[in-house]
Design a binder for this molecule. Sequence first.
Ligand code: MG
Length: 277
Amino acid sequence: MNPVVIAVAITGSVPRKKDNPAVPVTPAEQIESTHEAFEAGASLVHIHVRNDDESPSSDPERFAAVQEGVEKHCPGMIVQFSTGGRGRDPSARGSALSLKPDMASLSTGSVNFPTIVYENHTTLVTDLATKMREFGIRPEIEIFDLSHLHGAKRLVEAGLIDERPHVQFVMGVQNALPAEEHLLDLLLGELRRVLPKATWTAAGIGRNQAPVMEWALKRGADAVRTGLEDNIRISKDRLAKSNAELVSLAVQAVERHGRRVATPTEARTALGLQSRA
Ligand code: MG
């Protein structure tokens, strides 16, 4: 079996530092937290940036600072920017793509979130995909609903993304797809039918992080995702100390399944990216 890429989502789009002080907010904190996670085994970092008051930021300078720090301190690590929505003006969601990160997240449809509609109008999706193609950025397709797989298929047919995209199933967001094992089978079955060459991973939100990772590894996922964006707890009674601590648990899960953690070079090969050597 191929080695498993460990992706770490270091900082989300919901303010959480008051709930867990380990959530990194400033670029310096984000670089340090990413470096620890890299040393622990992560080979891909998913990045949201924030203002110092923790409000979501679209400031390309912040993205650039984190990107530069990660490239300097974490050689070969895959840098993935979020183009996700919560609290950001849709027109600003692609504002950092000109920095040419290796990858960027791309949602291909709308869905209900806990308190908002996560709106991804087809015009916005097409615009973001077009920018990613222009800047040579590989998208990670975020699947919050079955219909989003068909949204991705339409982008392939339009020539905006290639036939071997990297796809992430997101499970356990309140009001969206529940984290249930049989639903992962359903999603995977549809993925194999509509995008047979795709690589894939799955993310479980909150207490679903560990079980979704298990289900994904059981089914031969190319990557797993962890990090404080999705989950701030080790257990009901204990907060995670760092992104690195969550990555260490992912390493253990990968090894329990008789697989090996991918190096940055292997991660780049697996996800169809150029080497940075
Ligand atoms: Mg995100």
